[in-house]
Design a protein around this ligand. Structure first.
Ligand code: ATP
Length: 275
């Protein structure tokens, strides 16, 4: 069994192609995520960010190339091995749905009760510690209906890290938040990464928030990796795609039209038309 050493990246994509059926969304992807890093994976709508996240968790397998997570080829991991790899990851989904019939404390305690045998005393300690990290220790007793949307996001964040994962994946962590909550969430992600010494991957299109906390940025578009580097390097880039994305310009190389896929061509053919 492979296992990571200090120098190994936590996630490594080598010449990876990803897609669905005969539709390839992204190809020639090389990327690395290392311990202690916050890595932002950015790109326009439909560019393949969520697809990258699904590939990292092993929900989809690469059409080409290899994806290593914690030193293991995720495509070859099955059953117990896949479960073990996934237990080392925390995922914060965009709709980080909380259990509305449980209070804040019980929501965060849930993964501990499900996946560990730790004592009740340990549960109280660990849950309060994570709630403290997101500034909600004193909200432990509240019902989910009694907290705001921004607070709910922080509870979901505490729940995503309560098992102290080595890798945390955030799917659009800033979506739908007001500017202040966005800034707080970004800083929380940075602080939690440093505090747990884990790696964090953000799937996002929010430039300001992710650039403020990321060590490394990967930008996807036009079916490939368009740019990678530190936020400062990307901010200086003159690449037209990078500029259009960072400056939010409506006109530029980023396509407005959804690309024609084999599945669409087939569908069109069934309607007596050609693309
Ligand atoms: N299950 C699926 N089956 C077929 N095609 C899919 C599937 N999921 C996503 N796609 C396609 O893959 C491409 C990339 O989608 P993805 O969700 O990864 O983009 P994204 O960058 O996360 O977009 P957004 O920011 O809008 O959420 C899109 O063209 C999408 O239609």
């Amino acid at each position: 069994m492979n296992s990571t050493t200090v120098d190994d990246p936590i996630v490594r994509f080598s010449n990876v192609a990803l897609g669905y059926g005969d539709f390839t969304v992204l190809q020639d992807i090389d990327l690395e995520v290392r311990k202690g890093q916050v890595v932002a994976m950015m790109g326009g709508s439909g560019s393949g960010k969520t697809t990258l996240l699904r590939a990292t968790t092993g929900q989809i397998t690469a059409q080409a190339g290899t994806i290593q997570v914690f030193g293991s080829n995720i495509a070859q991991a099955r059953g117990e091995k896949l479960r073990e790899l996934r237990q080392r990851m925390g995922v914060l989904f965009q709709q980080g749905a909380l259990f509305t019939d449980l209070n804040v404390f019980e929501n965060v305690a849930f993964p501990l009760r499900e996946h560990t045998q730790v004592s009740e005393g340990q549960i109280v300690e660990r849950v309060l510690d994570k709630l403290d990290a997101v500034g909600l220790r004193a909200a432990a007793h509240l019902k989910i209906s009694e907290i705001s949307g921004g607070m709910a996001r922080r509870v979901a964040l505490a729940r995503a890290v309560v098992l102290e994962p080595e890798l945390v994946l955030y799917d659009e962590p800033f979506a739908g938040l007001d500017p202040i909550s966005m800034g707080i969430t970004a800083q929380l992600i940075r602080d939690l990464t440093d505090r747990l010494d884990c790696a964090s991957v953000l799937i996002t299109h929010d430039v300001a928030e992710s650039f403020a906390i990321a060590d490394q940025v990967y930008m996807v578009g036009q079916g490939k990796l368009i740019a990678s580097g530190t936020p400062a390097t990307l901010a200086d880039s003159q690449d037209p795609y990078v500029r259009q994305f960072l400056d939010g310009q409506p006109d530029g190389p980023i396509a407005f039209h959804y690309p024609t896929t084999p599945a669409f061509t087939k569908w069109l053919g069934q309607h007596g038309k050609r693309s």
